[in-house]
Design a protein around this ligand. Structure first.
Ligand code: BES
Ligand code: MN
Ligand code: MN
Length: 461
């Protein structure tokens, strides 16, 4: 292992320069005008994966953006038996960058300031994908082999809901056969507190459109006699949650697995600092369901959120108008064992219930995914714990996260595979926001920990 770690240390600066090239490609999956960049990014990954020594590297077409695939399948177990196979998953697409004027340096010109590399995708997820590419490279360059078999897949549609990935996995079941999935696409608990994530929330996302008239109307001539879709929408949204933060959709909580006492105790001893949390994010006072802590609210409780709201006149000055339409984007984060399809039906029924006859209502379901949770006494999670301890000089804590990676439950259900989520981002990484960043030492230590992880997984079975 020493000469592998040496290689990673010696190439520290080179790895950063290479990462900058990957971060320069604006592979924004949500915006059609970036389709060419998404494709170019996939091709960049193909070239890099070939360069580091992966084999059978190719783009595999889907109805959307291509999946990048590569493998190395020559590992031998010490006793001569079957060495374990890691299925590595990551995504090469990124979120849009608006509002652009809030970026301190251009989002696709990676810039290092105060030990952080700033760029869209630095943390989510290109930097963390690249960390594994460099760990694989270190093994193959220094040893000519990996301690495990490796199948590497990179998706180009994670940030738009992985709509084609489930079908892709079902169509390539035997090609993707493995023993464990490894993913680095999450933050660690805090600076200096590495973590392993054993649970993710799921998601259902909707757009609600209301129409109250065929055209905007003069609010003097028509106001009072025709419903105002902006007000109707506000009233409908106001009925989604009570003042205590509890969601009012009938049946919404039926399948929620309650928090276990040992989980609550473990989380209570994590070094969470509410004062710092409020200060870091400019929050006057934390909010949420009573009887739950902030960590419990984000990791183990479902939510209803309005992601965006639009209606009427929002320009400068005043305009006396009765808007014809209003629109909201809303989503619910789900926890085990809530099922997105079932929750979607309950939500749709409730919207019809709270909608008055004065407006036309259209509810459109968008992407989503199932929640996921694993037990952390599985041998691969324990192997990751040892690797992180060696790479970061500190034992990891076990966390759940509020975000979603829809494919994790698909790996479990379709391939029967457990996932190890070992992320090196930070809670203030600004993922999906201006000034996204990745801590340079976490990136570097993450390469070392990943290289050790493959070794530890080889020993884990
Ligand atoms: N990397 C995130 C998922 C994540 C966020 C995991 C925070 C752990 C903590 C991923 O790229 C993401 O943004 N996922 C989307 C999924 C959605 C588009 C279906 C999300 O969570 O909103
Ligand atoms: Mn991600
Ligand atoms: Mn993301």
């Amino acid at each position: 292992m020493d000469k592998i770690i040496d290689f990673i240390n010696v190439n520290r600066e080179k790895h950063l320069e290479e990462l900058k090239a990957l971060l320069a490609i604006p592979s924004i999956s949500a915006l059609p005008q970036h389709a060419g960049d998404v494709k170019r990014c996939a091709e960049w990954c193909v070239d890099e994966m070939r360069r580091i020594g992966l084999e059978n590297v190719k783009l595999i077409d889907t109805p959307g953006n291509p999946v990048v695939y590569g493998d190395w399948l020559h590992a031998e177990a010490p006793g001569g038996g079957h060495a374990p196979t890691i299925l590595f998953y990551g995504h090469y697409d990124v979120q849009p960058v608006d509002p652009l004027d809030l970026w301190e340096s251009p989002p696709f010109e990676a810039t290092i300031r105060d030990g952080e590399i700033y760029a869209r995708g630095s943390a989510d997820d290109k930097g963390q994908v690249f960390m594994h590419m460099k760990a694989v490279e270190a093994h193959l360059k220094q040893n000519g082999r990996l301690p495990v078999n490796m199948k590497f897949i990179l998706e180009g549609e994670e940030e738009v809901g992985s709509v084609n990935l489930d079908d892709f996995i079902r169509a390539h079941k035997s090609d993707l056969a493995a023993d464990v999935v490894v993913i680095s696409d999450s933050p660690m608990f805090a600076r200096g507190v590495p973590s392993i994530c054993y649970g993710l929330r799921g998601l259902v996302y909707f757009q609600i459109d209301l129409r109250g008239s065929s055209t905007d109307l003069h609010s003097g001539s028509f106001g009072g006699a025709v419903a105002n879709p902006a007000i109707v929408l506000s009233q409908m949204l106001a009925q989604m949650k009570d003042r205590g933060g509890r969601i009012k959709i009938p049946g919404f909580y039926d399948d929620v697995v309650p928090l276990k006492d040992d989980e609550r105790q473990a989380w209570a001893s994590l070094p969470f600092n509410e004062k710092k949390y409020k200060k870091d994010f400019g929050i006057p006072k934390v909010y949420g369901e009573s009887d739950y802590t902030t960590l419990e609210r984000t990791w183990a409780r479902p939510t209803f959120e309005v992601n965006g709201l639009l209606s009427g006149f929002t320009g400068e000055g005043a305009k006396t108008v009765l808007p014809a339409v209003s629109m909201a984007k809303v989503s619910m984060r789900l926890v085990p064992n809530q099922d997105p399809d079932k929750i979607a039906k309950l939500f749709e029924a409730y919207v019809q219930d709270v909608a008055p006859k004065t407006v036309e209502v259209k509810v459109t379901r968008m992407h989503g995914g199932k929640p996921w949770m694993t037990s952390y006494d599985n041998p691969y999670v324990q192997a990751a714990g040892r690797a992180i301890e060696k790479g970061f000089g500190q034992k990891p804590v076990f966390t759940r996260e509020g975000g979603s990676i829809p494919v994790v439950s698909t790996f479990q259900e379709e391939l029967g595979l457990p996932s190890v989520l070992f992320g090196v981002g930070l809670p203030d990484e600004n993922a999906h926001a201006p000034n996204e960043k990745l801590d340079v030492s976490n990136f570097h230590n993450g390469i070392i920990a990943s290289a050790i992880l493959y070794d530890e997984i080889a020993k884990a079975r």
